[in-house]
Design a protein around this ligand. Structure first.
Ligand code: ADP
Ligand code: MG
Length: 332
């Protein structure tokens, strides 16, 4: 088990990571999720031993303070695989194995290439691979020496969108199947939720919330976190007997009775018959929906319309709005 205790990393007078506590249980995949510049990579690098830090980092109770990078038993994968360009695929995967004194190198290389879906790629030059294939090689290389913790820093960010979604699912399955304990850093919530059992949300050098993907998505700890997780407007509402009463009408939601603060994602309001109407101010076409901004009597909100809507939504016209509880977050 990894344990990070009051970890602080300073660059000059500025703390890029500030008094962070976090634990990763054996077999768990923890995603560190936050906007660019919030300190995710710095925290990962400190755990790896690549960045001097104050505070404790331990594995199964053993302090890693004086332990150099290559003796921590951690594997590393970065955004751009950082493969050795003059080695073959097999040569790259074998690299850490020779360092670790493994004897059956060829068999282990084949096993890993199989695991990442690159069986038979061993003799190829890494410069002849696609970006996605290179990341698979980087992953095989990191996993080959059986690290007790795998550290992944934005492993899919350099890839194009469709490949990224596809590889995230593959990577998630691979981590589960191999029982790998991992810390994965990402700014992309979809990626975090696909990969991780547990998500730690980071902002300005601190972890502001930790929970399952569902907890974090449904119950962001504050409005800034909710905004980072896609909420674009906020309203007060009241819960009574499993129904929340909102400015956009009532909707079922399992909550104890009392006042609640709601975050609305654009999908919380659909341009469909409902109790509220508003005036469309802008429309933006996306691949599978139309995003609207709508001025209601009380609030400017984002909403979603179907691309099949007839007539097509246009600015300065009225639209009804219906509430979809799937797009809601409960703040706090
Ligand atoms: P993230 O990975 O979340 O995008 P980083 O950990 O890379 O964020 O950076 C956190 C903050 O620390 C940023 O403000 C960044 O500019 C600063 N920083 C990162 N590395 C260094 C460095 N080597 N020297 C000085 N400042 C740095
Ligand atoms: Mg980073």
């Amino acid at each position: 088990m990894l344990r990070v205790d009051g970890l602080t990393v300073r660059y000059g007078r500025v703390a890029a990571v500030s008094a962070v506590d976090v634990e990763i249980a054996d077999g768990e995949v923890l995603a560190l999720l936050g906007p660019s510049g919030c300190g995710k990579s710095t925290l990962l690098r400190a755990v790896a031993g690549l960045e001097p830090a104050d505070g404790g980092i331990s594995w199964d109770g053993v302090d890693l303070g004086g332990v150099p990078v290559h003796r921590r038993g951690f594997g590393l994968v970065f955004q751009d695989g950082q493969l050795f360009p003059h080695r073959t695929v097999a040569g790259n995967v074998a690299f850490g194995l020779r360092m670790a004194g493994e004897r059956k190198v060829a068999a282990r290389v084949d096993e890993l290439l199989d695991l990442v879906g690159l069986a038979g790629f061993g003799p190829r030059r890494v410069t002849e691979l696609s970006g996605g294939e290179q990341q698979r090689v980087a992953l095989a290389r990191a996993l080959a020496p059986r690290p007790r913790l795998l550290l992944l820093d934005e492993p899919l960010s350099a890839l194009d969108r469709s490949l990224r979604e596809h590889l995230a699912i593959d990577l998630s399955r691979l981590l589960r199947d191999s029982g790998t304990t991992a810390l994965v850093v990402t700014h992309d919530h979809d990626e975090a939720f696909t990969l991780a059992n547990r998500v730690a949300v980071m902002r300005a050098g601190q972890i502001v919330q930790t929970g399952t993907p569902n907890q974090v998505w449904r119950h962001p700890v504050d409005e800034d976190t909710a905004r980072f997780l896609g909420c674009t407007s906020f309203v007060d509402a009241t819960a009574t007997n499993g129904i929340i009463h909102t400015p956009f009408g009532p909707t079922p939601f399992p909550l104890p009775n009392g006042p609640v603060r709601l975050g609305l994602r654009p999908t919380a309001l659909n341009a469909a018959p409902g109790p509220t109407t508003g005036t469309i101010t802008t429309t933006v076409h996306h691949r599978d929906h139309i995003r609207l901004t709508v001025q209601t009597p009380t609030l400017l909100v984002d909403a979603t319309a179907s691309i099949a809507s007839t007539p097509a939504p246009t600015p300065h016209t009225q639209t009804p709005l219906s509430l979809n509880p799937d797009g809601l977050a409960i703040i706090g």
